[in-house]
Design a protein around this ligand. Structure first.
Ligand SMILES: Nc1ncnc2c1ncn2[C@@H]1O[C@H](COP(=O)(O)OP(=O)(O)OP(=O)(O)O)[C@@H](O)[C@H]1O
Ligand SMILES: O=C(O)[C@H](O)[C@@H](O)[C@H](O)[C@H](O)CO
Length: 177
C-alpha cells in the first residue's frame, strides 16, 4: 500500500531535482521509489521535443496512462511512489486522478505543481547541459500550463518555488503528505 505523489510543472522548474531530493529524504525511513516521467515518453515524443515541436494532447494521453499504470503497479511494493511528470493541464491531472481513483493499493494521491516565473526558469535551464529539451520550447510549456486552482482541483497543490532550495521544496511536500 502506498501514498502516491506526482511532482509536476513546466520544463526546468525542478521536477527531477525536487523528486530526487524528496525520495532521498523519505528513503531514510520508508520504502520509496522514483519514476522519472521523461523516461517513459515514446521515441516519437522525444524526437518531436528534440526537434522543438511541442507535444499535443494526443501525444500525451498514452504517456499519462502509462504513468498511472506504473503508479498502480509500484503501489503494491512501496510505501511511497514519487513520479516526476509535467501534467501541465487540468485535464491531464483529472485523467491521472480518475485512472487511480479506485486503486485499493493507493492510500493517498497528491499532485504538486512547481510554479516559478518564466524568467527564473529560463535562468535555471541555461545552467543545464546536454538535455533534449531546448530553452526555445519553454514558452510553449508556459502557454500550455494551467496553474491549478486548489479550491477546484482536489488533491492538487501549488508549490511556489520563489528562491527556495530543493530541500525546502521537498520539506514542504513532506509536510503535506
Ligand atoms: N530549487 C532550485 N533552485 C535552484 N536551481 C534549481 C532548483 N531546482 C532545480 N534547479 C536547477 O534547474 C535546472 C532544471 O531542473 P530539473 O532538471 O530538475 O527540472 P525539470 O522540471 O525536471 O526539467 P525537465 O522536465 O525539462 O526535465 C537544473 O539545472 C537544476 O539544477
Ligand atoms: O508534457 C510535456 O510537454 C513534457 O512532459 C515536457 O514537460 C517534457 O517531458 C519535459 O519537461 C522535458 O524535459
Amino acid at each position: 500500500m502506498a501514498c502516491v505523489v506526482f511532482i509536476g510543472g513546466p520544463s526546468g522548474t525542478g521536477k527531477s531535482t525536487v523528486s530526487q531530493e524528496l525520495v532521498s529524504q523519505l528513503s531514510k525511513t520508508v520504502k520509496c521509489c522514483l519514476i522519472e516521467g521523461d523516461e517513459w515518453h515514446s521515441l516519437a515524443n522525444i524526437e518531436k521535443m528534440s526537434n522543438n515541436i511541442p507535444l499535443t494532447d494526443e501525444d500525451r494521453w498514452p504517456w499519462l496512462k502509462k504513468l498511472a499504470q506504473l503508479a498502480s503497479l509500484n503501489a503494491k511494493d512501496y510505501e511511497v511512489v514519487v513520479i516526476a511528470c509535467s501534467m501541465l493541464k487540468k485535464s491531464y491531472r483529472d485523467l491521472l486522478k480518475s485512472e487511480l481513483a479506485n486503486d485499493k493499493n493507493i492510500t493517498k494521491l497528491s499532485l504538486f505543481l512547481l510554479c516559478n516565473t518564466y524568467e527564473n526558469v529560463l535562468r535555471q535551464m541555461k545552467q543545464r547541459k546536454n538535455h533534449f529539451f531546448k530553452e526555445s520550447m519553454l514558452r510553449s510549456q508556459y502557454d500550455t500550463f494551467e496553474k491549478p486552482d486548489e479550491s477546484v482541483e482536489s488533491g492538487v497543490y501549488i508549490l511556489h518555488c520563489d528562491h527556495k532550495t530543493q530541500r525546502e521544496l521537498a520539506d514542504e511536500i513532506r509536510g503535506k503528505l
